[in-house]
Design a protein around this ligand. Structure first.
Ligand code: ADP
Ligand code: MG
Length: 246
């Protein structure tokens, strides 16, 4: 084994994969005299840093479990009332995630609630945040199976370690009393620690019926709303109006 391959192997054993992969060409340039000792070391360390941040980004994207790709660029703000391009551009900066604030999107189906939630989720991943997307129905399954299923337990641990949790479609299907309790505990655990994005087709006034307990619903909403921006969308369903145009 030649010296470079041996050194690369040692770097790998120290888990410096990026440096190991880039060592060959960087050494070549150093040997040809175009790099000082200092520049050689800089380049090697930079290659490791770059590789790590790329791998982290890929991992965070995979862990987000986005069901589809949605982009803010593709969102037509002319079609929906209750949110402005300017407000969303500001949200795309993700400062609200640093402040552990929540976003709540309300409105009837087809107004782009899921689109906006996912597109903002992508922005957050690209800024290095850990993001998890779940539909409410699946989140409830995870919460109630965490005790008995390894995969549910794994997902729950990722959810609680995230910087941003997107809970999509609250209110489409009613949930059981004990599921509502688990959901309340989950939101309480995240409170002031993790940002939450919620989408719902039901207004606050219907949540108690949905969750089956008025006192708990009040406490839940209290936590969700405390540091939150609320958007009530209205307009014509994008699905229906784009069908008409066709
Ligand atoms: P909701 O979650 O409010 O029911 P969705 O986000 O699922 O609505 O939107 C339904 C479909 O219409 C999606 O494919 C979404 O990308 C698209 N869509 C909705 N609103 C807009 C919009 N204002 N501009 C562009 N696409 C939109
Ligand atoms: Mg939706």
């Amino acid at each position: 084994m030649n010296g470079v391959a041996e050194a690369a192997r040692k770097l790998e054993s120290l888990r410096l994969k990026g440096a190991a992969a880039n060592l060959g060409p960087i050494i070549e340039r150093a040997q040809s005299g175009s790099l000082t000792y200092q520049a050689f070391l800089d380049e090697l360390v930079d290659s490791e840093i770059k590789d790590r941040s790329e791998r982290r980004l890929r991992r965070n994207l995979a862990m987000a479990h986005f069901p589809v790709k949605k982009r803010l660029e593709d969102f037509d703000f002319g079609r929906v009332k209750g949110i402005s391009k300017r407000a969303v551009d500001e949200l795309a900066e993700c400062d609200w995630i640093d402040r552990h604030e929540n976003l709540l999107f309300f409105g009837p189906p087809g107004l782009g609630k899921t689109h906006l939630a996912i597109a903002l989720g992508y922005e957050a991943v690209n800024k290095g945040f850990r993001v998890c997307y779940e539909r409410m129905t699946n989140l409830v399954k995870i919460l109630s199976r965490a005790d008995i299923s390894r995969s549910a337990q794994f997902r729950l641990s990722r959810l609680t370690k995230s910087d941003l949790v997107i809970i999509d479609e609250i209110g489409y299907t009613p949930i059981e009393r004990n599921e509502a309790n688990l959901f309340f505990t989950f939101v309480s655990d995240l409170y002031e620690r993790t940002s939450i994005v919620v989408t719902s087709n039901k207004g606050f006034d219907s949540w108690a019926e949905l969750l089956g307990d008025e006192v708990m619903t009040t406490a839940l909403l209290d936590r969700l709303i405390h540091h939150a921006k609320i958007f009530s969308l209205s307009g014509e369903s994008y699905r229906i109006s784009s069908r008409k145009e066709e």
